[in-house]
Design a protein around this ligand. Sequence first.
Ligand code: SAM
Length: 279
Amino acid sequence: MRKKRIKPDITEIREYQTKTSGLFFVVDGILFRKQSEFQLIEVVENRDYGKILFLDGLVQTTERDEYFYHEMLVHPAFGAHPGPKDVLIIGGGDGGTLREVLRHPVERAVLVEIDPDVIEAAKKYFEWLGPALDDNRAELIVADGIRFAADTDRTFDLVFVDSSEPIGPSSVLHTPEFYLSLRERLNPDGIISSQIGSPFFHAAAIDREHRFLRDIFRIVRLYTGPVPTYPGGTWSYVFLSDTRAPLPALHPPPAGLKYFNPAVHEACFRLNDTEEVKS
Ligand code: SAM
């Protein structure tokens, strides 16, 4: 007898980037769906992108294209730092940023994720990310990133802010208060890299964030890279430091990356608008 296929109760998920355009994903199967204390977590299967993590209906990571985002968030900062040993990741409970950090000879990678259900879903369904969460150099802390940054006395060489959109629990991670606390957590020569949104759809929000960041850090450099399943298909990041500039890179990225390379490192910071570095 033919095995009855369980038809998902949702046949597609639409992510509206504006009221009049967006992306849609036909759902071949629902692997996980839970309203956690913080957000609706869904892991679904789609023929084009494989497994996809949605938080509150917004694409966070897909099996097919996650490397664009994680490589771009992590490796520029490593290329600009003389020898990072202690790394902090705020958010990133899916494990992708942690996987990229652990490609480098760091001693400790602390990941601070507010929602334990995201970590559990990643361990169970994202086998290409999950192993990083079990690496013995990784330290997972379930906490609000803004609270952790304000309360801890630990310091770090590199910090990565792998937040979701500035709504819900992530909204506090896009504030001056958060970055003022983070700056206090940096060792000398420390660098912060954050995802900062779509340069196509979120230009006003990026401009606002860029303005207050320039009041906090001496070096503030925006950079961009492709992410097919993010709004507009291009994403922007920000490189923050008081002493280190992203160019020229001090060393090349590790082998085995799928997208990032020394030419991309050079090109991704070359934006049309002039980038100030306070003298
Ligand atoms: N790494 C993903 C990707 O591939 O693009 C994108 C973002 S990741 C899923 C965002 C994470 O930040 C989520 O797991 C969310 O629970 C977490 N998060 C949101 N607000 C937070 C906060 N205030 N403190 C710590 N983690 C937070």
